[in-house]
Write a protein of this length. Structure first.
Length: 225
């Protein structure tokens, strides 16, 4: 005899709630980047046209670059603490998709060994496990790049990437968030390096980080389910 349960499925939080602290931290960083650039450009704009050598402040460029990774790590930890059941669900889904990607990579490797035989060249292939992680990162990079130019097409791409079961929607979107965050942090790290030698370059790099951080906010907020 078959029975059905009337208990409702768990209501999953919207992504903008699941990642609320991260989104808030990203928007704070966007404002800090603009403020740091303003401390460079503001005095130049206020100086008389004929003034040579305007003194500017780059400490904020250095400060935002140094604090950004810690701020984002803390925000992620706070989001995880706010949604412990969702973290468990995500971890379980990640284990399933990771196992599926490993199985697929193992099958591909077996076919490759059969076709190519021994001595496939001097460059070793990535392990099955590393290949599985690389596939997720690659999917996130691809979606993030596509989202910049065509969000609708990027949403279609997410569906295509997840239709086989080796990836799930939130996993791909989270990887895309990570890709944008890394790009923003790299720009800020370079701004910190430039701050002591070229104030204008440091300011420009702070502003360069902003579109990446803004796109991370969008990807952390979007719901495709």
């Amino acid at each position: 005899m078959t029975t059905t349960s009337n208990s409702p499925l768990p209501l999953l939080p919207a992504r903008r709630r699941r990642h609320a602290r991260l989104i808030a931290a990203l928007t704070t960083l966007i404002g800090a980047c603009a403020g740091a650039a303003g401390e460079v450009y503001g005095p130049i704009a206020a100086a008389p046209p004929d003034q040579e050598g305007v003194a500017v402040e780059t400490l904020s460029c250095i400060r935002v670059a140094m604090s950004a990774p810690l701020l984002l790590d803390m925000a992620r930890s706070e989001d995880a603490a706010r949604w412990p059941e969702e973290v468990v669900r995500e971890d379980a889904a990640s284990r399933r998709t990771y196992a599926a990607r490993c199985a697929l990579a193992d099958a591909h490797d077996a076919v490759h060994r059969t076709v190519s035989g021994p001595g496939r060249g001097p460059v070793p292939l990535p392990t099955v496990e590393s290949g599985a992680w690389m596939e997720l990162v690659s999917a996130g990079d691809e979606v993030a790049a596509c989202w910049r130019d065509d969000p609708q097409q990027a949403a279609v791409l997410v569906r295509e990437l997840t239709e086989g079961g080796e990836l799930v929607v939130d996993e791909v979107l989270d990887a895309a968030v990570d890709a944008m965050v890394v790009c923003g942090l790299l720009a800020l790290a370079e701004a910190r390096t430039k701050a002591t030698v070229d104030a204008s370059a440091a300011a420009e790099l702070c502003l360069t980080a902003v579109p990446y951080l803004a796109r991370a906010v969008t990807l952390a907020s979007v719901d495709l389910d």
